[in-house]
Design a protein around this ligand. Structure first.
Ligand code: NAP
Length: 453
């Protein structure tokens, strides 16, 4: 029997698992966290429960008799790449992109200036971020970036407590949002309305918020050409509609401001809290790639604020020994086969954001994973997979090795116990679940011990 390890139990890991099981492989899916589902659990906004229901599809994959889950096992700390390569015919990296892009401007690391990636992980109860604090006790927040993550964090800041209450937002974040003073969020795009990376339903949602008026200055839509791309064209229509609205006098405001590049995050001295953002005003010019790029006009403005969330995309982190493309922030690969300077790395593959960069929606990873699995099947036919050590590679030997490395690892049954526990905690309040946010609590719950939060 051919055996594959997949490292990372997010959407791309699960789609790869499904495809490999269909191709007759036995699959071990490993994750650094005790819980599966990656960004579906720790990234998708809590007020988007429909998107999260995709986990039912992943649970069907997990029910396959040749599937095993090992949660709490970290590649590079508990086990090494070389050890994996000795034990499997194929190793698939589905690690996602764990960190944020940097603006590279002064003041970026002041207290009160945060990567949106961290804010998202915090309100979603990711155990590595649950201890962080975000000072929401300020009047105005600025969100930098014009993608869907920027929309998510902006929306979360102005949602009504009644809209948040029935969600699985982590309890610490529910409490902080409940006490927050933020009444205005300004979202900054460096290019114009026609270049924003929002998708239509997400942009439309802003117009339906219970307690926030969405504000767009009509002058920002003047002279905006009709984009050829249908999604962008619809974005412009929606923004035009927002620009014509009169504020309904709601308690909160969410303003979209375009053609603005942050130049400096302001505050007292080198380490003082954020007091504002100095932004440069741009105009659009034709770029070399046929697109449109922002060029500074030389004009500037200062937006006072007490919180800055930088949402300008994610990037991957390198792992010892695995060839990495520093410029793009992902694992070097050709169509999913990992590649080093000396050629293809036998038996090593990549799927998802760490393969192609942080783009697309959850479903995009299905096609992406099937492309990589097609390469694995070709290599299987050509006899180009790995030949693992028979003594080390049996399912029993691998299981014993992993338990020896991580005695508290969480199996699929362990995750089901966590799931049942979290769901039961949420039920009395009509919430889908109450997330456990400490690793120890998750491990305790995985043993069916009815862990405390
Ligand atoms: P994204 O869609 O790539 O957007 C990144 C934004 O950052 C762009 O507006 C980009 O502007 C801007 N940016 C980049 N560098 C900048 C700089 N130096 N200064 C100012 N702005 C800068 O990334 P994302 O929002 O992180 O989302 C990642 C992926 O997840 C996307 O495919 C997104 O659709 C998806 N997602 C989907 C959902 C959903 O479906 N509900 C929710 C969240 C995320 P330029 O265009 O000018 O480069």
């Amino acid at each position: 029997m051919n055996r594959a390890a997949i490292i990372g139990a997010g959407p791309s890991g699960f789609y790869a698992a499904d495809q490999l099981l269909r191709a007759g492989f036995e699959v071990d899916l490993l994750d650094a966290l005790p819980t599966p589902f990656g960004l579906v659990r720790a990234g998708v906004a809590p007020d988007h429960p429909k998107i999260k229901s995709v986990t039912r599809v992943y649970a069907r994959t997990a029910a396959h008799e040749s599937f095993r889950f090992f949660g709490g096992v970290t590649l590079g700390a508990d086990i090494s790449r070389e050890e994996l390569l000795e034990r499997y015919h194929a190793v698939v990296y589905a690690l996602g992109t764990a960190t944020d892009n940097r603006l590279g401007i002064p003041g970026e690391d002041r207290p009160g200036s945060h990567a949106a990636t961290e804010f998202v992980a915090w309100y979603n109860g990711h155990p590595h971020f649950a201890h962080q604090t975000f000072d929401l006790d300020c009047e105005r927040a600025v969100v930098i970036g014009n993608g869907n993550v920027a929309l998510d964090v902006a929306r979360m800041l102005v949602l009504d407590p009644g809209e948040l209450a029935p969600t699985d937002t982590a309890d610490h974040a529910l409490e902080a949002f409940g006490a927050a003073g933020v009444a205005e969020v300004v979202l900054l795009g460096r290019r114009g309305p026609a270049e924003a990376a929002f998708t239509n339903p997400e942009l439309l949602e802003l117009g339906e918020l219970a307690r926030a008026d969405v504000i767009v200055d009509p002058a920002q839509l003047e002279g905006v050409p009709e984009p050829p791309d249908a999604i962008k064209r619809r974005n412009v229509e929606i923004l035009r509609d927002y620009s014509r609205r009169s504020p309904a006098g709601r308690s909160h405001r969410l303003e979209l401001r375009f053609l603005r590049s942050p130049l400096e995050i302001l505050g007292e001295g080198d380490r003082g809290r954020v007091t504002g953002v100095r932004v440069g005003i741009n105009r659009l010019v034709a770029g070399e790639d046929g697109g449109v790029r922002a060029e500074p006009t030389g004009e500037q403005e200062v937006i006072e604020c007490g919180l800055v969330l930088r949402s300008i995309g994610y990037r991957g982190l390198p792992l010892a020994g695995i060839p990495f493309d520093e410029r793009r922030g992902l694992i070097r690969n050709r169509g999913g086969r990992v590649e080093s300077d000396s050629g293809t790395c036998r038996g090593e593959y990549v799927v998802g954001w760490i393969k192609r960069g942080p783009s697309g929606v959850i479903g995009t990873n299905k096609k992406d994973a099937s492309d990589t699995v097609a390469r694995i099947r070709e290599d299987l036919e050509a006899g180009a997979l790995r030949s693992p050590d028979p003594e080390l590679s049996s399912p029993e030997a691998v299981g014993a090795w992993l338990i020896e490395r991580v005695p508290e690892l969480v199996t699929w049954e362990g995750w089901q116990a966590i799931d049942a526990h979290e769901t039961a905690l949420g039920e009395p309040a009509g919430r889908p679940r109450v997330k456990l946010v400490r690793i120890e609590a998750l491990i305790e719950a995985s043993r069916g011990a009815g862990a405390r939060r």
